[in-house]
Design a protein around this ligand. Structure first.
Ligand SMILES: [Zn+2]
Length: 128
């Protein structure tokens, strides 16, 4: 797993946590990835703490969902403070929408997902 600064930051702190393993998007994930998602979130939070962020309620952690993804490699967006996400980019990081799912929301969804195909709409068509 490694960390990058988002080149187009939407908040004062905006990082990306990227797993080394090649995973196309959050729709390619299943139950067996819950731990990975957790570890990605933990890394994101650790970085925010390092940067002096103390209000862990005012942060946003989540993934873009296909087809609203810009690169073909899973990455977790880590934004803080969430109350300062810029107005014109807000729609990109709205929790639990078609385009963005929070880390928590994704883990909930993966609990009942034994194989990635079960909730594969966009991404499968998209891979062909
Ligand atoms: Zn993204």
């Amino acid at each position: 797993m490694f960390l990058k600064r988002d080149i187009d930051p939407a908040a004062p702190h905006h990082y990306l946590v990227v797993p080394r393993e090649h995973i196309q998007s959050c729709l390619s994930l299943h139950k067996g990835h819950i731990d990975l998602v957790k570890r990605m979130a933990e890394m994101g939070k650790a970085v925010l703490r390092d940067q002096g962020i103390t209000d862990m309620k005012d942060i946003r952690l989540g993934f873009h969902q296909p087809p609203y993804i810009s690169v073909n490699h899973l990455h977790l967006h880590v934004l803080a403070p969430s109350s300062r996400i810029s107005e014109y980019m807000k729609y990109k990081f709205m929790p639990e929408t078609k385009s963005f799912v929070t880390e928590k929301g994704l883990r909930e969804r993966l609990k009942d997902n034994d194989s990635p195909d079960q909730n594969c709409f966009g991404s499968c068509m998209w891979q062909q």
